[in-house]
Design a protein around this ligand. Sequence first.
Ligand code: SF4
Ligand code: FES
Length: 260
Amino acid sequence: MNLTLHVWRQKDAKSPGQFVRYEANDVDPHMSFLEMLDVVNEGLTKKGEDPIAFDHDCREGICGTCGVVINGRPHGGQPRTTTCQLHMRKFRDGDEIVIEPWRAKAFPVVKDLIVERGAFDRIIARGGFVTAPTGSARDANNILVPKENADLAFDAATCIGCGACVAACPNASASLFTAAKVGHLAELPQGQPERWSRVLAMTEQMDAEGFGGCTFHGECEAACPKAISVRFISKMNFDYLRARLMRGRRVPQGSDSAGG
Ligand code: SF4
Ligand code: FES
């Protein structure tokens, strides 16, 4: 395949960026999108030019670092697929492909296609964990978790923190990411003691980072490579409202049961 790429090149967050045209020739259809960029970079390096900077790590769809916008769609728009798992056979010979970084105020460009996603780490640092000592792994079924709650917790926990939800949202909202992180602990018994303080702290940090508000466009769910449902946002909003109403009041014993 022979392709024409229009790649966003930007020296750093303070410098202006622009699209630069590159020809990618003899691309194997079985290459991943990142392998195609590797080949383009090899050519640039041989010519003594600056290679295109892009983020990646696992290349297996599990680490969440490889996000770029391809032809206007985060991760390229193939359902449940990260950029590293997108293959060139999804494109046609002669295609023109536009490649950009995530566009959001809270994700400043580091270089070219790489953005700084520390804002997500800071949201996690405000409560995406349990502080109780949990000891070593317990026997299965030692703590009983209803199947529905276990399934929901697992669904939420599949969030890889890629940021596609932010990139897809017209408001650049991080609600789906935050809701997934709040939601997976809210479904489990171990997450109950800090359930209400967690949702307040993490949403407060989300706002402080400059992400936009959620107005339920649903673009986040469509772009999410793990297909995390917007219903986690509804559940987070419900918990947030309840936590605000309870603020300053002692939570009655037994009101924090999993999935409550
Ligand atoms: S919710 Fe989905 S799109 Fe958003 S960070 Fe998590 S995995 Fe990525
Ligand atoms: S490189 Fe890890 S998810 Fe793509």
